[in-house]
Design a binder for this molecule. Structure first.
Ligand code: ARG
Ligand code: ZN
Ligand code: CA
Length: 246
């Protein structure tokens, strides 16, 4: 499916205040970021260090905005464990045809185990009723309410990586594995904007790929997927891959 996958996106906006009811321009800005990041058209692509230039990838997935659904709510926080944002009967918005559409819910605050997270995603193979990605309105798109240092739309780039079966680059464990062979082993999540080269203390002390979208750095400091990550994402669109409805 290389270069041929098209992902229609429905953005479901749940707002309490008018500020939280983000503009169409902000929504489109997010789609544009996704289109660039997944097609090696982001401005930083040429800044990938030479060490990783041989594995950086043009993923070749295209995103189009299908529609926007808006709903007002009195809630000031949405729980990732109940997932009520995805349930009309509980104040949320049901997903639109989730087998063939990427649903993104934009909410005012995501409570994930008692703490705020920028976003979260469902991996392939889960329930259709809750399939998609949830993102806080301050971390969505690159204009309007988008707030530094998470104002370049990379939360959605990262979350859609999970939606397409990518794990965090550090494998969610110290020197863990992301099941991708061309990404180096990382000690742990990186935050902020690490200086290059940042050496891992894992076996062989490899240079960490801190500019990968599946790390936890600031939006400005993540700007590549690898070829191995691309292969893992594209595999989800094949029979049994969990995303073959697209
Ligand atoms: N904490 C979130 C997650 O684990 C997303 C982090 C995204 N990082 C960013 N710079 N936007 O899925
Ligand atoms: Zn993540
Ligand atoms: Ca790896």
């Amino acid at each position: 499916p290389d270069g041929s996958v098209q992902i229609p996106v429905v953005v479901n906006v749940l707002y309490r205040t008018t500020t939280e009811n983000i503009s169409q321009a902000q929504i489109q800005s997010q789609i544009d970021v996704l289109e660039r990041d997944y097609n090696a058209a982001n401005s930083e692509y040429g800044s990938v260090p030479a060490l990783f230039a041989g594995v950086k990838a043009n993923v070749g997935i295209h995103f189009t905005l299908k529609s926007v659904v808006r709903k007002s709510s009195t809630k000031t926080s949405w729980s990732a464990s109940t997932e009520n944002m995805k349930k009309s009967s509980l104040g949320g918005i049901n997903p639109t045809t989730p087998d063939s559409v990427l649903n993104i819910w934009v909410v005012n605050y995501i409570n994930y185990g008692g703490q705020e997270v920028l976003g979260y995603a469902q991996f392939p193979g889960g329930s259709a009723a809750t399939d998609g990605v949830v993102i806080g309105y301050r971390y969505f798109g690159n204009t309007g309410t988008a707030t530094s240092p998470f104002n370049l739309g990379r939360t959605a780039t990262h979350e859609i990586g999970h939606f397409l079966n990518l794990y965090h680059i550090w494998g969610d464990a110290l020197c863990g594995s992301d099941l991708v062979s061309d990404t180096p082993q990382h000690n742990d999540a990186n935050f902020g904007c690490p200086s290059y080269p940042h050496l891992s203390t894992c076996s062989g002390s490899p240079v960490e790929m801190t500019m990968n979208y599946m790390d936890y750095t600031d939006d400005a400091c993540m700007y590549m997927f690898s070829a191995g990550q691309k292969a893992r994402m594209l595999a989800t669109f094949t029979s049994g891959g969990g995303r073959n409805g697209f």
